[in-house]
Every structure is written in C-alpha cells, then in structure tokens.
Design a binder for this molecule. Structure first.
Ligand code: HEM
Ligand SMILES: *[C@@H]1O[C@H](CO)[C@@H](O)[C@H](O)[C@H]1NC(C)=O
Ligand SMILES: *[C@@H]1O[C@H](CO)[C@@H](O)[C@H](O)[C@H]1NC(C)=O
Ligand SMILES: *[C@@H]1O[C@H](CO)[C@@H](O)[C@H](O)[C@H]1NC(C)=O
Length: 338
C-alpha cells in the first residue's frame, strides 16, 4: 500500500503544482530520466536505428550533428528545422542556408521516430529524438558521451527567414562569430569547443572558393593562411564546382569520419577548410583554446560535452509551449507536407 500512496501524493502535488502556476510552465526542468516510465527503451531504440543508418551511410553522423546545431540555434532545440514546407506555409527548410542539410540526416530522425511510435506512441518528442540521435552518433564516431536532459516539446512554428539571421555564415569574421554565440549565451571557449564539430563531415566548394581562387576579391590569389598543399588540392578538386555545385571537401582533411581533436591539430598547420575555421587559430582570443584542444583530446572532449549539453538546452519549449509531434515533419494540426 505504502508505495501507491506515496505515488498518489506525488501525482496530487504535481497537479497542484501545475494549477498554481499562472503563466505557462516554461521553466519546467528537463531530466535524463524523463521517459524512464513512459518509454524506457527510447534511447536504446534511437541508438539502434541511427547506428544502422550510419553503417549504411557514413555521412549520417555529420549531417545529424549539423541539423541539431541548426535546430538549436534557430528558435531553440524544438525540432523546428524538421518541419517540411507545405503548399500553405513555408518553413526553416526554405531558407537559403538549408541547401545542404542532408536528406540522410532527416531520414535518420524520421526512422527513429517511426520506431518509437510503434513502441510508445505519442510520447517522445522529435526535439528529444534529434538530441538523442546526435549524441548516439557523436559517440559512435569516437566522440564523448555527454548527458542529454529530456522533455523538450516540439515547436508550433518554423520560420523560413530565421535561419539566415540566426546561423553563422562561412564568411563571418571572428568578431561576428563571437557576437552571435555571445548573444545566445555561449562563451568564446564554448564557440571554439563547438566548432570542433567540424571534425566530421564536409563543406561545398562555394563555402571556401574565395580562399582558393580569388582571395579578397583578387582573381588568382589564395588565402596565405591556408597550407599551400591544401590550396593546390582544393583548387583541383573544386575546379568544376560552378558546373557541379555538389562538389565538396572534408572539413577535417586528415580523419574526416572520426570524431577526434584532429580539427584543432589541422588549424595549427593551416589545414582549416573554412575561413571561420582557420581564423580561430589566427585570432588571439580564440587561439589559446585551439592550442589546448590540439594538444589535449581529453580537454576538448570535456569542453565539447559541456557545451553540447548546454546547446541542447538552448531555448527549449516545455508544457503548453509546444507539442509532441506524431510526425517530425508536420504539426499535429497542420496540413501534410507536399
Ligand atoms: C562556428 C560557426 C560555424 C560556421 C560558420 C559553420 C559553417 C558551416 C558550413 C558553411 C558548413 C558546410 C555546409 C555545406 O557546404 O554543406 C558546415 C558543415 C558542418 N557543420 Fe558547421 N558551422 C559552424 C558551427 C558548427 C557547430 C557549432 C557545429 C556542431 C556542433 C557544426 C557542425 C557541422 C557539421 C557536422 C558539418 C558537416 C555537415 C555534413 O557533412 O553534412 N558547425 N558548417
Ligand atoms: C533550400 O534552399 C534552396 C536555396 O534557396 C532552395 O532551392 C530549396 O528549395 C530549399 N529546400 C527546401 C526543402 O525548401
Ligand atoms: C556572406 O554569405 C552570405 C550567404 O552565404 C551572403 O548572403 C552575404 O552577402 C555574405 N556576406 C559578405 C560580406 O560577403
Ligand atoms: C588534459 O585535459 C584534462 C581535462 O581538462 C586534464 O585533466 C589533464 O591534466 C590535461 N592533460 C595534460 C597533459 O595537460
């Protein structure tokens, strides 16, 4: 009898707690145990689905990590990035910066969500699926396992104009990077640690073309901070990128599929791909952190973990400020995607 009674008290206290609050419960606390009663196998199921997706398509991890970053920086970690446009309404996916958000990343999340809907329908939010899928893939590719508090709700909107304003561009100066991350509450050290996400994946030639073909608007000149061997290689690889915009290069030219601290080692050798990567080594505010992470992988993993947990809590929605979508690409009351 005793445990039941206790449970009842907890439930009653919960109900009163909710009723007593006048404003919507924005401040509800997320916890890693959020689904321990309602969907205890959620994490396991998501990990299994994304692992098989990663084995079939090794670019999945990078894609999911980037999608997660884009989700969080634009209106918080609320799966707003997953909403597909309909004939009636545009979404974040219509923003120009979307162009490379890879289909495999979306597919991985959709599959994980489908599996969860069979196990415990209507329980796990798409925002939580994306956060857990990202953590599973970072770990799978060799990165750290960091805590992911759960209980995010999915957004009820998705703005087609927000991504181009809220996300960093490859032509940003370090000042602009520091300002954008600072406005969202992230320190210079956290900016550098999170940039370590570029240890995975690739960038399309247009994102760094000016560095190899017409540096500072001068045709035929290249960025002197880029290692000449890399410059030569990229000039050849990207030769036809105007005709074929899908041509791309690995962000981490040394160990592209492995989550490690090589990204920072590369920067010291002029092997950063984007100017926003290489400038972290040139700028004296960011350089000390690059130095530490290049020489100490544990320090990078520790700081990346803390920063990812913080990122995963950025602008999350709880209570009535969101819903648990049945399908990650559309609102529960919205029209189906095109
Ligand atoms: C610091 C500012 C950042 C800038 C300017 C930036 C910019 C970019 C650009 C231009 C690309 C290439 C897109 C393409 O051509 O397809 C890219 C790819 C990527 N970014 Fe970032 N990014 C930043 C921060 C981050 C952060 C914080 C993360 C995650 C923690 C991240 C994760 C990734 C990943 C994993 C890819 C590869 C995607 C793939 O291969 O599909 N980025 N980023
Ligand atoms: C992403 O942006 C590109 C360029 O603006 C656009 O052509 C494409 O349709 C967009 N993707 C989606 C799904 O809207
Ligand atoms: C930076 O890139 C964005 C899109 O990638 C573009 O809209 C913007 O004009 C560029 N800014 C500068 C200063 O080149
Ligand atoms: C590497 O970083 C970790 C974590 O910050 C620290 O405990 C360790 O002492 C560092 N190792 C070296 C050799 O500096």
């Amino acid at each position: 009898m005793r445990p039941c009674l206790l449970l009842l008290i907890v439930v009653v206290a919960g109900v009163f707690g909710r009723a007593a609050r006048a404003a919507p419960p924005v401040g509800e606390k997320l916890t890693p145990q959020y689904y321990s009663q309602t969907c205890p196998r959620a994490e396991r199921i998501i990990a299994e689905v994304v692992q098989s997706k990663q084995m079939a398509n090794p670019t999945t991890a990078a894609g999911v990590l980037r999608v997660f970053f884009h989700d969080c920086f634009v209106s918080g970690c609320d799966a707003s990035v997953l909403v597909a446009p309909t004939s009636f309404e545009k979404s974040e996916q219509n923003a120009e910066i979307n162009h490379s958000l890879p289909g495999d990343a979306f597919d991985a999340v959709v599959r994980a969500k489908l599996a969860l809907e069979l196990e415990c329908p209507g329980v796990v939010s798409c925002a939580d699926v994306l956060a857990l899928a990202t953590r599973a893939l970072v770990t799978l590719t060799g990165g750290p396992r960091y805590p992911i508090p759960l209980g995010r709700k999915d957004s009820l909107s998705s703005s087609p104009t927000a991504p181009d304003k809220e996300l960093p561009h490859s032509n940003f100066t370090v000042n602009e990077l520091i300002n954008m991350f600072g406005k969202k509450g992230f320190s210079v050290q956290e900016l550098v640690a999170l940039s370590g996400g570029h240890t995975l994946g690739f960038s399309h030639c247009k994102e760094f073309a000016d560095r190899i073909y017409d540096f500072q608007g001068k045709p035929g000149s290249a960025d002197p901070t880029m290692n000449p061997v890399l410059t030569k290689g990229l000039q050849v690889a990207c030769n036809l990128f105007h005709k074929d915009p899908t041509i791309a290069a690995f962000n981490d030219v040394m160990t592209p599929g492995k989550f490690d601290n090589m990204y920072f080692v590369n920067l010291k050798r002029g092997l950063g791909l984007l100017s926003t990567d290489q400038e972290l080594w040139t700028d004296k505010r960011t350089k000390p952190f690059v130095e530490i992470y290049a020489s100490n992988a544990t320090a990078f993993f520790d700081d990346f973990s803390r920063a990812m947990e913080k990122l995963s809590l950025y602008g999350v929605k709880t209570g009535a400020n969101g819903e648990i979508r049945r399908r990650c690409d559309s609102y529960n009351n919205g029209p189906m995607p095109k």
